[in-house]
Design a binder for this molecule. Sequence first.
Ligand SMILES: NC(=O)N[C@@H](O)C(=O)O
Ligand code: NI
Length: 154
Amino acid sequence: MRTLVPTPLTAEGFAPFGSVIEADPASAVGINAGFTTRFHGLAEIDVEGAAPILSIFRGRPRPLVIDMLERHPQGSQAFFPLGGHPWLVVCAEAPGEALHAFLCRGDQGAQIGRGIWHFPLLTLASQDFLVADRAAPEANVEIAALSDPAELVI
Ligand SMILES: NC(=O)N[C@@H](O)C(=O)O
Ligand code: NI
């Protein structure tokens, strides 16, 4: 089986697939009499045909084998880890095209763009994620099996 080595998640590296969600000082605004810092507008949830919703995904480690991809044609999908543990995002331009793996810090989230092929949630330790995506997920998913699976090497 081929291997796949992730690179650290950066806004530039992830740009073809979506956006990084992190407390960027450039977006910081002091609010609430200075007792709160708002990191404003880190992601715009892109959905059509149904409302954007917030969910919690209780993720558990799974075998690091990328044997399928999925995409959501009618909406983006944003993940933010709540447990502070590292996690992974794997994307591709299309099934059969090159896989791109990103190692995300526990204080980094990622929004996967609408229609972008990706592997479902991959966390390196059990933790909850806050997820923003489109309501009625069952009506918004395409799945493709990979004929040449890859094993992630951390
Ligand atoms: N199935 C589901 O809601 N989650 C996947 O889309 C995922 O990317 O984790
Ligand atoms: Ni998904």
